[in-house]
Design a binder for this molecule. Structure first.
Ligand SMILES: [Zn+2]
Length: 511
């Protein structure tokens, strides 16, 4: 058992002392001092519920970390030098698969295979775009995937082509991307576990005790099962099975079976209770589905991934199998069809609409009415390159009505926070700053849309209580973070994570 006294803030309430062990909170306030336990003084430090990430892709992030990491690169030349150095330093894996390049660096995100060819020799190279809805491949990768000479037809998304109709390097949305990714040999179990361990450690170091891994792709459930068997998990993880329009009826039995396998590991930190749908794409590629046509393409409303009827049927099916519903929806039409499907399925408890970038006025009250959690990635609510790259698609007015956190809270909705890591940083301190300022860290007073800012208390709630509700975790579990100061009263960006406790056990310490 451990006990602390000082500045303590749990689920929106202040306390002066706490004692906990692996079973959860044992005592609060005065009764702590009656226990036969040494009470540690927090001094200027601050103890609160650990952060939780309601939508992220830690294993994708870890896999990318094994390849060339181009996230910080600011030009194509910098990307070339990182990829060139990686190819030279690593003989295996043969495929250089990394990320995440900033799509806004080149107009329209039109990156060319030949730029990678210049530094990759005969090695196949695949880089994920920062939105993770696009990828950039070199000629060797396209050759091995059998798409070098001609671009196959895809029904959703697109393949960039050159003047002679040959693929030029960029593949947009799942169906197009899979032409390349299906050709990539699977990682070894050891590499998968290395990727996962790296990702879990990174989350723990940021004060995060639980995460919704929001997309199980090939080999990922198996990696988590193996990590659970070897007891290598640090952070609570809930897995979401990916429900696809073309195969959900066949896939359903496999999800049920994998859910059983996960529960049979009896690992306290691992669950698999969620299914994930993509209602639409993203704004950067103009694939999110919108109620009014894109400014950039008259008469075009984006690419819904599902027909409304089929999405309703699939959501109802998985809700009846007792899966939690988690739907990616970015455009206002995508959000509306996600809400329609959840309503049709009888509003299953704690259903989540993730991203909720554009929500029409008429749909705002439906979140509270249907009990749907709106999961935001707060780091997107700022005027940066990603936002700017969508202006020509949406126009200024629509851009400035994105991420309506204040409106949803005021309408009585639950909002939870996540990162969509590796799409953006998983750092919740940066997330709290952005939600409360809607500004860039270097210009904190230049708020992009100040009317949608929320308070530090609301931001902490969205990162803790709201995600624990989303993940169906009791709020008195022993998941805490010790911070260097009080985030409610001191400048948030100066706060550092000193210790992260998951299930009563320290999983990160800055000492
Ligand atoms: Zn995501």
């Amino acid at each position: 058992m451990r006990a602390f006294s000082g500045d303590i803030y749990l689920a929106g309430k202040k306390h002066r002392a706490i004692a906990f062990d692996r079973s959860g909170i044992v005592a609060l306030d005065d009764s702590v001092f009656d226990l036969d336990v040494e009470v540690e003084e927090l001094g200027s430090h601050f103890l609160t519920n650990a952060f939780m990430d309601g939508h992220a892709h830690p294993l994708f992030a870890g896999r990318e970390e094994l390849g060339p990491v181009v996230t910080e690169a600011r030009s194509v030349a910098e990307i070339q030098s990182i990829v060139g150095a990686w190819v030279e330093a690593n003989q295996t894996p043969q495929w250089a698969v990394g990320g995440a390049y900033d799509r806004s660096m080149v107009d329209g995100g039109v990156f060319l295979a030949k730029w990678l060819d210049e530094v990759s020799g005969d090695r196949p190279v695949v880089l994920h775009g920062s939105d993770h809805h696009t990828l950039w491949a070199n000629s060797a990768a396209m050759q091995l995937a059998g798409v070098l000479e001609a671009a196959p037809e895809v029904s959703i998304g697109s393949i960039d082509v050159d003047s002679s109709g040959r693929p030029s390097g960029v593949f947009r949305e799942t169906e197009a991307k899979e032409l390349i990714t299906n050709a990539i040999p699977p990682l070894s179990v050891d590499d998968e576990l290395k990727a996962l361990a790296w990702a879990q450690k990174r989350l723990a170091s940021l004060g995060i005790s639980a995460v919704q891994d929001a997309w199980m792709d090939k080999g990922m459930v198996e990696a988590y099962l193996e990590a659970a068997k070897r007891d290598e998990l640090l952070v609570r993880t809930n897995l979401a099975f990916w429900v696809r329009p073309e195969s959900w009826r066949e896939d359903s039995a496999m999800f049920l079976d994998q859910r059983v396998q996960v529960s049979q590991t009896n690992h306290r930190l691992l669950t698999a209770s969620t299914v994930k749908f993509f209602a639409d794409g993203v704004f950067g590629s103009a694939t999110a589905s919108v109620k009014k046509p894109y400014d950039s393409q008259p008469g075009y409303f984006g690419d819904p991934v599902w027909s409304d009827e089929e999405l309703k049927a699939a959501v109802a099916h998985f809700a009846a199998e007792d899966f939690q519903i988690h739907i990616h929806a970015i455009g206002d039409a995508g959000v509306a069809s996600a809400l329609d499907a959840i309503e049709y399925a009888g509003s299953p408890a704690n259903s989540v609409v993730a991203h909720t970038e554009l929500v029409a006025d008429e749909d705002i009250p439906r979140f509270a009415k249907l009990g749907v959690i709106a999961n935001f990635e707060p780091l997107w609510a700022r005027q940066d390159g990603m936002l700017a790259s969508c202006i020509h698609h949406l126009g200024r007015t629509r851009i400035d009505s994105m991420y309506r956190m204040r409106d949803l809270i005021d309408a009585g909705a639950h909002i939870s926070f996540g990162s969509d890591w590796p799409v953006s940083s998983p750092d919740p301190i940066l997330g709290v700053f952005t939600a409360t300022h809607r500004a860039l860290p270097e210009t904190p007073d230049e708020s992009w849309t100040p009317e949608q800012r929320i308070s530090p208390e609301e931001a902490l709630h969205a990162y803790t209580v709201a995600v624990s509700r989303q993940l169906n975790l009791p709020i008195d579990i022993a998941d805490f973070v010790i911070l260097s100061g009080n985030p409610l009263t001191s400048p948030i960006l100066e706060i550092r994570i000193l210790e992260t406790v998951v299930d009563g056990k320290t999983v990160f310490s800055s000492q």
